[in-house]
Design a protein around this ligand. Structure first.
Ligand code: SAM
Length: 280
């Protein structure tokens, strides 16, 4: 089985391993963008970021319609933060976190323990070949990871297969405006890919592409929310965290990428979007 190693997870695991408290507070549980109801109130501290990351989880799990007693899969589960959050808020949940990177799963197993009446399992696997039986889950989450998967078509087919009828898939993705697609095609150039620390990412799925993915796999689109403006302080926080926490700063290329991300989010060219899909 492939064991994808994303450069930013190499960095996070190394920093957390060295006891970097700042990184542990902001990215030791969730490894995703933050959500601020009022972005102007962001304070750019590690604690504020940790709260904002949890708030993004609350937005997406809310859209997924999780209830006590369900069987829930979290695909691309990182360090298990989404499962940790559900574990703290619900009872009798049977939760499975799946990740391609065994190192992240080791940390998840260490830090996320089921509360009484909940069950948690972390398994290694590929989101595009889910090692689960047909119709075995009520709910599926895929938080900020689908752009790394080898194929959105394969993932949607697999998600539809393993969800029960009435099941819901909720995910977050950076969804481009159609006007921005040509720039993304230029960004496919291998030398440009080598410059970034985020590993292989495909941000080419527009809103229309999600309609197609849903239709062809059998889902109905349930809800779509563009929350880009609520996530914008993330860019400033990452820059500040790198300055403060590592003593090395963000570096020119990474700073440029962060500034681009902020500009694209603000202008509506690349939109942080929450989407949910129902299997009828
Ligand atoms: C930005 S992180 C998000 C982690 C987690 N969902 C969270 O919100 O904290 C992206 C995750 O996708 C995982 N991933 C990437 N490709 C994958 C694949 N093909 N199958 C399963 N997981 C994958 C990575 O290992 C990483 O944990």
């Amino acid at each position: 089985m492939s064991d994808l190693r994303l450069p930013y997870f190499d960095f996070l695991l190394a920093q957390i391993g060295k006891g970097n408290e700042a990184v542990a507070k902001s990215f030791g549980r969730h490894v995703h963008w933050g959500y601020w109801e009022n972005p102007a109130a962001a304070t750019y501290t590690d604690e504020d970021y940790g709260t904002a990351a949890e708030n993004l989880t609350l937005q997406l799990t809310g859209m997924c319609g999780i209830e006590d007693g369900q069987k829930v899969a979290d695909v691309g589960c990182g360090f298990g933060g989404t499962i940790a959050s559900l574990n703290e808020r619900f009872d009798r949940l049977d939760m499975t976190g799946l990740n391609i990177d065994e190192r992240q799963l080791e940390r998840a197993r260490e830090i996320v323990k089921p509360r009484a009446q909940n069950a948690i399992e972390f398994v290694q696997g590929d989101a595009c070949k889910l090692p689960f039986a047909d119709a075995s889950f009520d709910r599926m989450l895929a938080v900020e990871c689908i752009f790394h998967f080898p194929s959105r078509d394969d993932f949607f087919r697999e998600a539809f297969r393993v969800l029960k009828p009435g099941g819901v898939l909720a995910l977050s993705d950076f969804v481009p405006s159609p006007f921005f697609l040509p720039a993304l095609w230029i960004g496919r150039a291998p030398f440009l890919k080598k410059l970034n620390d985020f590993g292989d990412c495909n941000f080419e799925a527009t809103r229309a592409e999600y309609d197609r993915l849903a239709k062809e796999s059998g889902f109905e689109v349930a809800q779509v929310r563009n929350i880009s403006l609520n996530t914008l302080p993330t860019y400033g926080y990452i820059e500040a965290m790198l300055e403060r926490g590592t003593g090395k700063g963000a570096g020119l290329i990474f700073k440029t990428i962060l500034n681009m991300g902020r500009g694209l989010g603000r202008s509506g060219l690349l939109n942080y979007t929450l989407l949910s899909f129902r299997k009828a």
